[in-house]
Design a protein around this ligand. Structure first.
Ligand code: ADP
Ligand code: MG
Length: 155
């Protein structure tokens, strides 16, 4: 059953996107799971960078493509950044993911989550990013009601 709702916005520049990402980051309380969906170069990792900034983290955000997961500290919260790009078997990392999605002091952001979809909770925010031009992106947020406080429009 889908009790979720959606919100859409467009970004016309990197700075525009950074503002959006930081706003979502500043709304986080811990315990949230964010799934990022786009083509390569759509802006998933860029989103996590702004998210970390918005959470007040000073850690450097980079693509975890080779390490699969990264952690950034933000006050008493930890942002876990997963990227399952081109992995056909998530292996032990799926266990790590399952653990952190239940941690109220963790925020979890996942790129290329298809192979771990069953590990993600029903209450999550899914952000789809569509590339509409070199510097323009269309964002669609799909979220369960419980997470509506994350949506920039509502804050
Ligand atoms: P992904 O993780 O989805 O593969 P990245 O975040 O690594 O994508 O790359 C997105 C690229 O798109 C970056 O090089 C970024 O500078 C560029 N870009 C240009 N305009 C925008 C925009 N408006 N929003 C987000 N990214 C943008
Ligand atoms: Mg990426």
């Amino acid at each position: 059953m889908n009790t979720g709702t959606t919100w859409q916005t467009v970004s016309t520049s990197l700075e525009n996107t950074a503002q959006l990402d930081r706003t979502v980051g500043s709304n986080l309380k811990g315990g949230e799971v964010i799934e990022l969906v786009s083509d390569l170069g759509g802006g998933k990792t860029t989103f996590v960078r702004g998210l970390a900034e918005g959470m007040g983290s000073h850690d450097k955000v980079a693509s975890p493509s080779f390490t699969i997961s990264r952690e950034y500290k933000a006050g008493d919260l930890t942002l876990y950044h997963f990227d399952f790009y081109r992995l056909s078997d998530p292996g032990i990392v799926a266990n790590e993911l399952a653990e952190v999605v239940d941690d109220p002091k963790a925020v979890v952001a996942v790129e290329w989550a298809d192979i771990v979809e069953d590990v993600l909770p029903a209450d999550k925010l899914t952000i789809r990013i569509k590339t509409t031009g070199e510097f323009t992106r269309e964002f669609t947020f799909a979220y369960s009601e419980k997470l509506q406080y994350l949506i920039p429009e509502n804050t």
